[in-house]
Design a protein around this ligand. Structure first.
Ligand code: HEC
Length: 113
């Protein structure tokens, strides 16, 4: 009986890791790959912006400047990079990049079209 419980616990643990929700995965990717420059709060790091010689708004992923762009534009920049922003197409599939864009959209209330 005890071993059964252990087995169930192990299987559920395995499933929880094997099937992470997409949103959770995008957030994990963000924290791993993007937070160093764009900040844990996603508003960009002003000191970084200064160092990269870009306007702080260019790195604020929650601000109007970035959120005002289309999904295609944002996915394009994540894939191909832009200035000091690295390119991620070698490390992230197109779907992963789309999920990241969705994740970024989820950070702020979206205006209804
Ligand atoms: C080495 C620092 C760095 C890392 C790491 C980084 N970025 Fe950036 N990112 C930048 C800079 C700098 C800009 C501003 C580029 C510009 O406008 O010249 C930027 C801009 C952006 C923009 C706005 C693009 C636009 O056209 O306005 C998005 C979206 C973005 N980054 C997403 C991400 C995502 C998602 C990740 C992780 C997968 C990431 N960034 C990782 C430095 C970084």
């Amino acid at each position: 009986m005890k071993t059964n419980l252990v087995a169930v616990a192990l299987v559920s643990l395995f499933c929880a890791q094997a099937l992470p929700s997409f949103a959770g995965e995008a957030e994990a990717n963000y924290n791993k790959m993007c937070a160093s420059c764009h900040g844990k709060n996603k508003k960009g790091n002003p000191a970084m912006a200064k160092m990269f010689k870009v306007k702080p708004e260019a790195m604020d992923l929650t601000g109007k400047v970035v959120q005002g762009k289309s999904d295609e534009d944002l996915a394009g920049v994540i894939a191909d990079g832009k200035g000091k922003m690295p390119s991620y197409k070698a490390t992230l599939s197109g779907d992963r990049i789309k999920e990241l864009v969705k994740f970024l959209r989820s950070l702020v209330p979206q205006e209804k079209p």
